[in-house]
Design a protein around this ligand. Sequence first.
Ligand SMILES: Nc1ncnc2c1ncn2[C@@H]1O[C@H](COP(=O)(O)OP(=O)(O)OP(=O)(O)O)[C@@H](O)[C@H]1O
Ligand SMILES: [Mg+2]
Length: 333
Amino acid sequence: MIKLKGLSKFFEEHPDIKVVIFAGKGGLGKTTCSAALAYHAAVNEGRNVLCFSTDPQASLSDIFERDLFGKGVVEVAPNLNVVEIDADKRIAEYQEEIRNKIKEMYGMDELPPEIDEYISSTSAEPAMYESATYDAMAELVAEGSYDLYIFDMPPFGHGVRMVAMAEILTAWVEKLAEAREEARKYEAVAATLRGSKVSEDEILKELMLIRDKMKAFTDLLVDSRKTAFFMVLVPESMAILDTERALEMFNDLGITLSGVVLNRVYPRELLEDPSIPDFLKNKIKGQDEYLEEIKDKFGDYLVAVLPTYEREPKGLEMLKRVAHDLMFSKLTI
Ligand SMILES: Nc1ncnc2c1ncn2[C@@H]1O[C@H](COP(=O)(O)OP(=O)(O)OP(=O)(O)O)[C@@H](O)[C@H]1O
Ligand SMILES: [Mg+2]
């Protein structure tokens, strides 16, 4: 039997953490943990917190019981700021910005249709969605207005893959560079129309600025003194398998896994109550095998265990309770 110390111990030992990311397979509790930690750091500790998501299903809106999607930063409780980015809108804004820049630089009133189509087609690429998300995160961190940033990621592959940004970032910057190349073909014409030669370096300068901002953010994410990655796990075979794969992925990406949070555990103490229904007894006993496997495989990483709650953890009152469990981990497994 082990009793874990909870995330409070981790933060005591890592006082310089600025960014926290909960990763893991779909539906295991990433958003719940993100919101609970945000609640604790903001409300209990008075830190200025930003909790961020790009989930098109607006799950932070759901858990904080406020309409937050695409609304910018909203303070849902003292010091507890939440932002739910509309990534599609952000991509559209990007594209508009690029269109305008090209028009401005080459003195065009209308973009040539090929270029216009080219820019529109970029939104169909998955890398664009991830780049837009990553860029939104990088921008918020670069502004530096908060003490702690909690990024609530979409389900695993997608979420952590974003950290393999070198690739994705390159794809985005290269797209822009290609668009610039395309635009150059029109430069001669445009220059004649405007009667002047434009500086070729302008767009490239812009690209380098984007690259530098991204690089600073990527450096922060792989710095284990400043960024903590936690995997959320539940006592089920698929989730265990997935976490094993994730550990490999973390290694490949050069990211240190800070810990594993085990969610949705039926408290063993319930067995002491003779009146509990058989199905619950079976559930509790059934999870034992997985708990042993988890202790065996991820024992060194386990930082907190959360119980299965009697209802979906939503709203500030309930989050207060989850926050306490996450920080001080009361259950033994
Ligand atoms: N310990 C728990 N007890 C009861 N319900 C829980 C618990 N943890 C999470 N839930 C519920 O399970 C559902 C999924 O949780 P959550 O949204 O936090 O997962 P997620 O990992 O963020 O999912 P996604 O991958 O879809 O973003 C939610 O309805 C949440 O309220
Ligand atoms: Mg979620």
